[in-house]
Design a protein around this ligand. Structure first.
Ligand code: PLP
Length: 454
């Protein structure tokens, strides 16, 4: 195959990288000192760089490459679709078969009241659609004062203005001047290690949900559009709620007539060991966002999935809704998603991840209980977090300046494993196709990296 770029050595690529390519969420001054690893090709769970060094991708890219790298079927699906119909707008009473098929497929996989899909290219955009739609819904019902969104600390919903406002990782709020935060408020999250240490887990789940009710009572249900949350929080540091949390949240949203928006951008398509986090935790959202692993990262695509309750109002009372993207429902992206879902299903990849791999993965995580640096161990399905603390007894954290998590991930990288630090929590999100032997390798390196950090 012919690539679209010239042949250069690694150093030359790094020079050009520094000169012209601004990376997402990156400290470029620090990047200038180390240089970036130049990825060249990938297969399964491995990525090779231009020097031929192999890296295990313990993060599935950014929690999206669930099926692993290099599946030719997905490439063929994109190529076939592009040859047939490379682009199609759906603004002006035109549609196409790939988008229709994917919308039908997604809704068939979800609870019965979720019957409508709006497409975008990213999770951030899906959250824009979901929040704009929630306000539109209340406007159409004659309740325009229901505008405020309640989100949670340590949430991550994306990098556009609204998605960053919903996010509860505070440095993000400083990343580009003031955000329109006046219509977003945050509550504490179901993070037992920091917000309910020593409590019975079930009781803590109920307590954490009650923080939503407290906030509703404080600002008034008449002013609130929706509660927005991830089933389990990924970028916040693998924060997984007790099983009592979501039924309570659901009950509270119903009681006060507040829409429930569930961001499944990371959890969707098998990360929890179920197809969707909603099944894992028993959630029935009014609006739900999916993205990332919908295509396993082969092409960008996200979906906002909308319940009959919301869609009926939009369709019957709404007239034109001026919201849409040039790449809403891109044919090649939809074709790749269909093929990805087919393989995840027919090869039993999601089922195997939940039944076989997740218990193995979780037992491996539990084995870190004796490690002097690890204060808390959290997981759901194939998402895990190991929280580093300075003192296990007092749960005291390292000083921020120590960047202890980044130190540990650098140690892992040296040993050939991509491991991410979310604050002081080392996050693991291996591809769903990881074998048990590969899992052993991932955890051997993780232990070595932690030992080198201690
Ligand atoms: N929502 C969640 C839960 C995420 O973790 C992310 C990204 O990591 C997003 C939304 C944003 O998605 P994107 O980066 O595709 O805009």
């Amino acid at each position: 195959t012919t690539m679209a770029f010239k042949e250069l050595d690694t150093q030359s690529w790094q020079v050009l990288d520094r000169a012209h390519y601004l990376h997402p969420s990156t400290d470029h001054a620090s990047l200038r000192q180390t240089g970036a690893r130049v990825a060249a090709h990938a297969e399964g769970i491995y990525v090779w760089d231009t020097d031929g060094e192999r890296l295990i991708d313990g993060l599935s890219g950014l929690g999206n490459v669930n099926i692993g790298y290099g599946r030719k079927e997905l490439v063929d699906a994109a190529a076939a679709q592009m040859l047939e119909l490379s682009y199609c707008q759906s603004f002006f009473k035109t549609t196409h078969r790939a988008a229709i098929s994917l919308a039908e497929k997604l809704t068939s996989m979800l609870p019965g009241h979720l019957n409508h899909v709006f497409f975008q290219s990213s999770g951030s955009e899906a959250n824009e659609t979901g929040t704009r739609l929630a306000r539109r819904y209340w406007d159409l019902l004659g309740k325009p004062e229901k505008r405020i969104f309640i989100a949670r600390e340590l949430a991550y919903h994306g990098s556009s203005h609204m998605a960053a406002s919903l996010s509860g990782i505070w440095p993000m709020h400083k990343a580009g001047g003031d955000l329109p935060l006046s219509n977003v408020t945050h509550i504490k999250t179901a993070y037992q290690y920091r917000n309910g240490f020593g409590m019975d887990a079930d009781a803590f789940g109920v307590l954490a949900a009650s923080w939503l009710e407290d906030k509703i009572l404080e600002i008034g249900a008449d002013n609130i559009a929706a509660f927005v949350a991830e089933p389990a929080q990924s970028a916040g540091g693998a924060i997984c709620p007790p099983m009592t949390y979501w039924p309570e949240i659901q009950r509270i949203c119903k009681k006060y007539d507040i829409l429930l928006i569930v961001d499944e951008v990371v959890m969707g398509f098998g990360r929890t060991g179920e197809w969707f986090g909603c099944y894992k935790y028993g959630i029935e959202p009014d609006i739900m966002q999916v993205g990332k692993a919908i295509t396993s990262g082969y092409l960008p695509l996200s979906g906002t999935i909308i319940s009959d309750r919301v869609a009926d109002v939009l369709i019957d009372q709404g007239g034109a809704w001026d919201h849409g993207y040039t790449y809403s429902g891109h044919p090649a992206c939809c074709a790749v998603a269909l093929e990805n879902i087919r393989i995840l299903d027919e090869e039993g990849i999601v089922e195997n991840a939940g039944k076989e791999l997740a218990p193995y993965f979780q037992a491996k995580l539990d084995a870190f209980a004796d490690h002097p640096l690890i204060g808390d161990i959290r997981y759901v399905g194939l998402m895990g977090g190991l929280e580093i603390v300075k003192d296990k007894a007092s749960r005291e954290a390292y000083a921020y300046e120590a960047h202890i998590g980044d130190f540990c991930s650098a140690e892992a990288l040296k040993r050939g494993l991509a491991l991410r630090a979310n604050g002081d929590t080392m996050s693991l999100m291996p591809p769903l196709i990881t074998t048990k032997a590969q899992m052993d390798e991932i955890f051997d390196i993780t232990r070595e990296a932690l030992d080198a950090t201690a």
